[in-house]
Design a protein around this ligand. Sequence first.
Ligand SMILES: [Cu+2]
Length: 131
Amino acid sequence: MPRLISFALMLTLIGTLLAGCGGSGITQAAETASYKVQLSLDGASFAEHTATIEVRDKSGQPVQADQVVAAPLMESMGMVSPEQNAQPLGDGRYQVKGEFFSMLGEWKFDVKITKGGQEEVARFKVPVNEA
Ligand SMILES: [Cu+2]
């Protein structure tokens, strides 16, 4: 577990370095009942961003889902952004581009994973600090 944490920290650091002046990238991990999910955003502003989602099972194997959907929302205001399908990149990775955020503040970023008719949702918290 400590190894996993340092790996996540390293990814966050790399993401921040790569993002440079374009706003800082975000990498977060979350778990659902069946999956370990990692979300990497190349920024959290009003601009178009790329979300890369990695889905693994609890033993660390890549998951080939039937559908992976990105659903950003600002829960406190009942605001939702359009849901978007992520495209599979292979090896349990999925990617989607969009203008996910339209307001400053605390957003949630739900990743809905469907496989074999079962949906599980991983929820991430994304602070949007710049327009
Ligand atoms: Cu709002």
